[in-house]
Write a protein that binds this ligand. Structure first.
Ligand SMILES: [Zn+2]
Length: 248
């Protein structure tokens, strides 16, 4: 592990903002982000500009993210709440990131970056969870060079542990939380942060200032990496002098 390389990004994890209840809460960066950006830096140092840029781009996920929704076993009457949750999660992150990233829904079955699946019985490792996400962020070697790739599957539960139907607002919190992972955030213990546990009586409407600052810092780091990788890769040819004379 090359910890020194992590210094700049590790600091970002400690963005502090004044939060509810009079104490300060911190947003956390998911460990995979640190590794991923370290890969980008290593590629840049090896002079592999395209690879370095692709790693940074895989983290940025492009400016436009397509999302498809599978309602699963959701009762028809609850589908509008699911739509409200998805739309609300789009809005909260588009606003937080000053519309640098936009989301759009595509039909179920169509190719999309993110697939959301609603289910009454969502569980992970046999535990009832309000939702979870599996994502893949890779750089693919193609004949045209390296290509960034990002995709994610988001699972959202439509019932609470007592068996009651979740509202659009509670599912919006969880959907926004899973998107927070996509943008590079890790879970925190504090209730009252989007990346904290869901309190179904008080679902959040948006990420906290610390969470937004952290995601912005990760993205800034990606943009810097792209610029630095490109600067470090200039081509300059040295010509031979002809007939023993210096060319001019
Ligand atoms: Zn989480």
């Amino acid at each position: 592990m090359v910890h020194s390389r992590f210094a700049s990004i590790a600091l970002i994890g400690f963005v502090v903002a004044t939060s509810y209840a009079g104490y300060t809460a911190r947003a956390a960066i998911h460990p995979s982000v640190t590794k991923h950006l370290d890969n980008a830096r290593i590629q840049a140092q090896l002079g592999k500009t395209d690879e370095a840029v692709s790693y940074a781009q895989a983290m940025l996920m492009g400016n436009h993210i397509t999302v498809s929704v599978d309602y699963g076993d959701t009762p028809v009457a609850q589908m509008p709440a699911c739509d409200e949750a998805v739309k609300g999660a789009f809005d909260m992150w588009e606003t937080a990131l000053d519309h640098e990233v936009t989301f759009s829904r595509v039909s179920h079955g169509e190719k999309s970056d993110v697939k959301i699946k609603f289910d009454q019985h969502t569980k992970l490792n046999n535990q009832i969870v309000s939702g979870y996400i599996n994502w893949s962020r890779t750089v693919e070697e193609t004949t045209e060079g390296p290509k960034p790739h990002f995709s994610a599957d988001v699972f959202l539960r439509t019932t609470d542990p007592a068996g009651n139907k979740m509202t659009g607002k509670t599912m919006r919190h969880t959907c926004g939380h899973e998107f927070g992972h996509m943008f590079g955030l890790d879970d925190v213990k504090e209730v009252g942060m989007l990346m904290g546990p869901l309190d179904i009586r008080h679902p959040l409407t948006k990420p906290t200032e610390a969470e937004v600052d952290t995601v912005k810092a990760i993205r800034e780091e990606c943009h810097n990496l792209i610029v630095t990788a490109k600067i470090g890769s200039g081509t300059h040819a040295e010509h031979f002098a002809e007939n023993g004379h210096d060319r001019d």
